[in-house]
Design a protein around this ligand. Structure first.
Ligand code: SAH
Ligand code: SF4
Ligand code: F3S
Length: 456
């Protein structure tokens, strides 16, 4: 603990800023817990911290480049601190750290620590090593030991809200031709069932009611269980037996790993929420092939039909890339046609971004203005669908999990089964409860409702 004290004896503080996906959010929380166990306090801004960790994302060029402008600001902060004779450490974690390693120090000398998504459990040792040597420390090897075992030993699962993320699977072996994840997160691995259950129980003891299971290909989960290899359907069944856990979600799923057992679970398990993030990226088979997605548009459409047979109210969400190398206007129109057919409740869409080291980056690129125009058309259609979905809720009574205080006095914010944010006048004692709320209106990013009664 002494390491976390300054000479004057005040507690050191850390600020962790996360970019990118939910898995980075989960990792950032685990880093904070780890630092808390080392005696650090949490700062509310970099200006108030002694250690700033940028937990970075490499998925698109913009995300990766943002890190360097952020580092420029932190460098100035560090210089000010040094004039005052005070310490200030800058760390770069996450997927940019994994992908760029030493290059980060070369571009920004003020950085003290660089470590990847598979090495952050070593953070306390890395900080000590940096303090001892006074030199920048880089740790981006994929270690042999189990990160999650090490984390379980060192940090508690503390200070959780009502809903929490839980990583169950990491890495990817699919190698879509546009994607850096197989390189930044490493090859696919699943956490053992017992380890996941133990973490889920700890979360439930802290008051967590809703679990979102995370994985780059979460439905490819193959964790070791009591009778050999398990799968996501079996894991969800076990998790739903934990007292206190009332809702389960999982993301991101791959269309190739959507098993019959998992689809069946949506028909039979009430704790499994009717919301599925199942990206396809593009609607043209030619583009899907060039992307190395390993399935056709037809496969995806049939899959969704079967999922909706199992769970008629299933809200679908997806990811799309426009302007993939070689995408023609006709290919793009097939994406629009697929979107019309599926009818999404939510979606993320991006302009293709050429990433170093990925096969698609080597091909002739679609002009920037064509990408921009396609993205605009796609987003207009998706926004229309999302708004129609939200409007279709008006008049319905939904079970809402109350998650936090709203902006106004007496107002609380909760979540619908379909992941919509719902505002409602409720007493604070409703926090963590599932209540019945009648939806009365829609706002751009949320719904408003009136309390009807306790959930059955
Ligand atoms: N494992 C998930 C996706 C992880 S990355 C899956 O297979 O669906 C999250 C999203 O970022 C992807 O679904 C894709 O839409 C987008 N993305 C990934 N690489 C990209 C790139 N090079 N350019 C633009 N968008 C990209
Ligand atoms: Fe990336 Fe494809 Fe793996 Fe998803 S499945 S993480 S898009 S390589
Ligand atoms: Fe970004 Fe890494 Fe997630 S590249 S999307 S933070 S897995």
């Amino acid at each position: 603990m002494d390491d976390a004290k300054t000479i004057k004896g005040t507690v050191k503080t850390a600020f962790v800023k996360s970019y990118g996906c939910q898995m980075n959010v989960y990792d950032a929380i685990r880093m904070e817990e780890l630092l808390a166990a080392e005696g650090y306090g949490l700062a509310d801004a970099p200006e108030h911290a002694d250690l700033v960790i940028l937990n970075t994302c490499h998925i698109r060029e913009k995300a990766a480049e943002k890190v360097y402008s952020e580092l420029g600001k932190l460098k100035r902060l560090k210089a000010e601190r040094q004039l005052e004779g005070r310490d200030f450490k800058i760390a770069v974690a996450g997927c940019v750290a994994q992908a760029e390693g030493e290059e980060i120090i070369r571009r920004q000398k003020a950085v003290d620590l660089v470590f990847g998504p598979q090495t952050y459990h070593r953070l306390p040792e890395l900080l000590k090593e940096q303090a001892r040597t006074g030199r920048a420390v880089i740790e981006t090897e994929f270690p042999a030991e189990d990160k999650f075992d090490a984390l379980a030993e060192k940090s508690l699962r503390t200070k959780q809200g009502v809903a929490a993320f839980l990583t169950i699977q990491e890495g990817c072996d699919k190698f879509c031709s546009f994607c850096v994840v197989p390189y930044t997160r490493g090859s696919e691995f699943s956490r053992p069932v017992a380890q996941v259950l133990s973490e889920a129980r700890k979360l439930a003891e802290q008051g967590v009611v809703e679990l979102t299971l995370l994985g780059q290909n979460v439905n490819a989960y193959r964790g070791g269980g009591a009778d050999g290899e398990s799968n996501l359907a079996a894991l969800v069944a076990e998790l739903s037996r934990i007292d206190g856990i009332k809702r389960i979600r999982y993301m991101t799923s791959h269309p190739r790993d959507m098993t019959d057992a998992l689809i069946e679970a949506h028909a039979t398990n009430d704790k499994l929420m009717p919301y599925l993030h199942l990206p396809i990226q593009a609607g043209s088979d030619r583009v899907l092939k060039a992307m190395n997605r390993g399935h056709t548009a037809e496969h995806y459409i049939r899959l969704i039909e079967r999922i909706r047979q199992a769970r008629p109210d299933m809200a679908m969400s997806g990811d799309f890339i426009v302007g993939f190398p070689g995408e023609s206007e006709k290919d793009f129109e097939e994406t629009l046609a697929l979107v019309r057919l599926v009818n999404y409740a939510a979606a993320f869409s991006f302009k293709y971004s050429a990433r170093p080291g990925t096969p698609a980056a080597e091909h002739a690129q679609v002009p920037e203005e064509v990408k921009a125009e396609r993205l605009q058309r796609l987003q207009a259609l998706l926004t229309e669908q999302l708004q129609a979905f939200n409007h279709s809720m008006v008049g319905k009574t939904l079970p809402i999990l109350v998650e936090k205080n709203g902006r106004h006095e007496g107002q609380m914010i909760g979540r619908s089964p379909y992941l919509q944010s719902v505002h409602c006048e409720l007493p604070e004692s409703a926090l963590g409860q599932i209540v019945r709320v009648q939806i009365v209106g829609t706002m751009p990013n949320s719904l408003s409702g009136q309390y009807v009664g306790e959930s059955a």
